[in-house]
Write a protein that binds this ligand. Structure first.
Ligand code: CU
Length: 278
């Protein structure tokens, strides 16, 4: 059975490398467009993931090769005894310091990405000064509140705010920011295609920014087990050109303020409050 074990341990690193290499082509990798993220930050996060994948792959293949070598040698020569290395300080130091250096390297290497993603000071200015919408997670749906066209998002809901449920529209090719909050329990705002994920916590308003780099309809899911209907908490993020996005806001305005008499009811926004014949 000695050589059988050699084959068994040889099989796994080969299977792992082959399946990782094939993954993007058979849909086992990251979602969307041949595993390419739909946001610029997402592409950098993917790069980080692949770097960690390569490091762990080298360690995995290396340790498997050592196991196979030892088993092969043992299977060929049953008389040979292995050395006991228990208490070998030199070895202990080597396998503590090398992973330590790798972890330190990763921690330093990813600092810029982390800062750009999470530290408000580094957010794109254009996104920070004009948050696009307030996103409220609640059992079990996503609610969106946009400011009226031409206005800024206010902390408190305004009478002329625009509302939608489970469908968020954003323009593409420019950084946008949302204010994330929760009405009840802990949820998590997760855009797999854009590699954006942020918990929503009751009592907190958390800014999240992203820049979608291609138009499309992407899933927005809740990544926190937030109750019995958690699986139903799905929405779509529709990424579209700026003019289509503005049209969408106009349609929302018309739908919400239509007074039933062929006119758009007066809102505080002058440009949108003009009576429009239907
Ligand atoms: Cu949830």
């Amino acid at each position: 059975m000695g050589k059988g074990w050699c084959l068994f341990f040889l099989f796994w690193p080969i299977a792992a490398v082959v399946s990782c290499a094939m993954a993007p082509w058979i849909g086992w990798s990251f979602p969307y467009d041949n595993a390419q993220a739909a946001s610029n930050l997402g592409i950098r996060i993917d790069g980080l993931f692949y770097l960690i994948l390569v490091i762990t792959a080298i360690v995995f293949v290396g340790t498997q090769a050592a196991i196979v070598y030892a088993l092969w040698r043992g299977a060929n020569n049953r008389e040979e005894r292995a050395d006991c290395v228990h208490g070998n300080h030199k070895l202990e130091l080597v396998w503590s310091i090398i992973p330590g250096i790798i972890l330190l390297f990763l921690a330093i290497y990813q600092m810029n990405i982390w800062a750009d993603f999470r530290i408000k000071k580094y957010y794109p200015e254009v996104a920070v000064k004009d948050p696009i919408a307030e996103v409220t997670a609640r059992q079990f749906e996503w609610r969106f509140r946009y400011p009226a066209i031409g206005k800024k998002l206010q902390q408190k809901p305004q009478p002329d705010d625009l509302h939608s449920v489970n469908e968020l529209h954003v323009p593409f090719g420019k950084p946008v920011m949302i204010q994330l909050r929760s009405d009840d329990v802990q949820h998590s705002f997760f855009l797999p295609a854009l590699r954006i994920k942020q918990d929503a916590l009751p009592g907190l308003q958390i800014p999240v920014w992203f820049e979608a780099n291609k138009p499309g309809t992407y899933d927005l899911v809740c990544a926190e087990l937030c109750g019995w209907g958690h699986y139903k908490m799905k929405a779509h993020v529709i990424v579209q050109p700026e003019d289509e996005y503005q049209n969408y806001l106009k349609t929302l305005t018309e739908q919400q303020f239509y007074d039933g008499l062929g006119k758009i009811a007066a809102t505080e926004n002058d440009s949108e409050s003009e009576a429009t014949e239907k």
